[in-house]
Design a protein around this ligand. Structure first.
Ligand code: FES
Length: 140
């Protein structure tokens, strides 16, 4: 079966999620991420209210490539993992939800096994500069 990836019509874009940080937000340095790691990163938006509630981003490193997905399962909209120690992933291949174990492809965030097969994680566009600084890209 070929999975091309979809999102439900009512799935928000990353910047529409509660407490989403602003484009341009610095998320860290590529070299601080181990190759093959998934880091559960907390970013904060600038507003006073949002500063109380971190926005959790999954940062994935594969070689020089960095990907980011919102920590939000396509099945029920809950976090894939509540904390770093609970992250389930196969380096460079896949990551899984802690709740019903939907599995998502590393490369594009599409669920290839589980209750939300064919749906995808919400990707967050990134800019990585020549020095390896990772920032959220502008909203297209
Ligand atoms: S909530 Fe993630 S697989 Fe069901």
């Amino acid at each position: 079966m070929t999975l091309s990836g979809t999102t439900h019509p009512n799935t928000p874009a990353w910047h529409q999620l509660p407490n989403a940080p602003e484009p341009g937000k610095l998320l860290g340095q590529r070299d601080a991420l181990q190759d093959g790691a998934v880091l559960l990163h907390e970013a904060f938006a600038a507003s006073d209210e949002a500063r109380q509630h971190p926005f959790r981003i999954l940062l994935l490193r594969s070689g020089q490539d960095i990907k980011a997905y919102a920590n939000r399962c396509a099945h029920f909209g809950v976090p894939l993992a509540a904390k770093q120690e609970l992250m389930q992933f196969v380096p460079h291949v896949s990551l899984s939800c802690n709740v019903h174990y939907a599995r998502y492809r590393w490369s594009d965030g599409i669920c290839d096994r589980g209750d939300c097969e064919g749906d995808s994680l919400i990707a967050i566009p990134l800019d990585v500069d020549a020095q390896g600084a990772i920032r959220i890209a502008a909203v297209a």
